[in-house]
Design a protein around this ligand. Structure first.
Ligand code: A3D
Length: 320
């Protein structure tokens, strides 16, 4: 059987890392697309030349022509600009909305059957716009944010508790911004919920609150350190986890920015919720119960996402 085809729209920091990971994991042949001439070609060739040492045969192609993504099984979108120190994700809205229009039209014309994972910020609004511009079914267009935010939470918790990251599960829901909702009650060490661990004296509520805030600020912490761009290793790994779940029909339960229409009392909005990803794309939105405080935080996050979607409609009247 032919290898699956993975199209990466945007060959910058995340795009290049995605290509390298997809090759090493032998997820499929990779097409790297970018408007910058030479960048996707150079990265594709560089990664292909790591094949003999790494031992993969996946084909790497760099291109500036959308026709080369034809028939892609998965498209991962990072095209656009990342933030610089002092910028919020929302400051990227105007410029990245125009990019989503071009990318959405390219996918619609050349890869309408793909499972599309959007990473471009501000994430929840951009994945919504990308879906609108591409016209693909909602279950085939999803945003990557919750897997990364949860991974950051899991990393900080594993350091705090001195346990393997593999034994820490965590859920971060809501929009991918300052209002994201790390859910302590649904986060565990080997099944023991975080509030129980506080009661057991493994940590204090103050320390847990500080970790939750550090998770919310996780992206900004890295932007502040790098100064020239934003995080790319962990974002790429998170998106590859989602792509693999689709390509291998793994039925993974992962928090993603998915189209929610009915669950969580929402009527048609892209926002971070628990989902099941398998061969059908987003096969299910898992409608977990939130307590009063969690609901207040989730509602605030939903309002922030709605504000960004309205701003998109104000900028591009074809979206209204
Ligand atoms: P960067 O290294 O600048 O790569 C972006 C690439 O997009 C560049 O190579 C550009 O040439 C290319 N590009 C610009 N316009 C177009 C276009 N119209 N068509 C095709 N390619 C184009 O950025 P990056 O890879 O570090 O980040 C990419 C995006 O991901 C940014 O918007 C970040 O804010 C976002 N991001 C999201 C997360 C989430 O968790 C959601 C995390 C980290 C970064």
């Amino acid at each position: 059987m032919a290898r699956p085809k993975i199209a990466l729209i945007g060959a910058g920091q995340i795009g290049g890392t995605l290509a390298h990971l997809a090759a090493i994991k032998e997820l499929g042949d990779v097409v790297l697309f970018d408007i910058a001439e030479g960048t996707p070609q150079g990265k594709a060739l560089d990664i292909a030349e790591s094949g003999p040492s790494e031992g993969f045969d996946a084909v790497m192609k760099g291109t500036n022509d959308y026709a080369d993504i034809a028939g892609a099984d998965v498209c991962i979108v990072t095209a656009g600009v990342p933030r610089k120190p002092g910028m919020s994700r929302d400051d990227l809205l105007g410029i990245n909305l125009k990019v989503m229009k071009a990318v959405g039209e390219g996918i619609k014309a050349h890869a309408p059957n793909a499972f599309v994972i959007c990473i471009t910020n501000p994430l929840d609004a951009m994945v919504w716009a990308l879906r609108e511009f591409s016209g693909l079914p909602h279950n085939k267009v999803v945003g990557m944010a919750g897997v990364l935010d949860s991974a950051r939470f899991r990393h900080f918790l594993s350091v705090e508790f001195g346990v393997s990251m593999r034994d820490v599960t965590a859920f971060v829901l809501g929009g991918h911004g300052d209002t994201m909702v790390p859910l302590a009650r649904y986060s565990t060490v080997a099944g023991i919920p975080l509030p129980d661990l506080v009661q057991m004296g493994w940590t204090t509520q103050e320390k847990l609150d500080a970790i939750i805030q550090r998770t919310r600020d996780g992206g900004a912490e890295i932007v502040g350190l790098l100064k020239t761009g934003s995080a790319f290793y962990a974002p790429a790994t998170s998106a590859i986890e989602m792509a693999e779940a689709y390509l291998k029909d793994q039925k993974r339960l992962l928090p993603c920015a998915a189209w929610v229409d009915g669950a969580f009392g929402l009527k048609g909005l892209y926002v971070g919720v628990p989902t099941i990803i398998g061969a059908g794309g987003i096969e299910k939105v898992v409608d977990i119960k939130l307590d009063k405080d969690e609901q207040v935080m989730f509602d605030k996050s939903v309002d922030a996402v709605k504000g960004l979607v309205d701003a998109c409609k104000g900028i591009d009247p074809t979206l209204a």
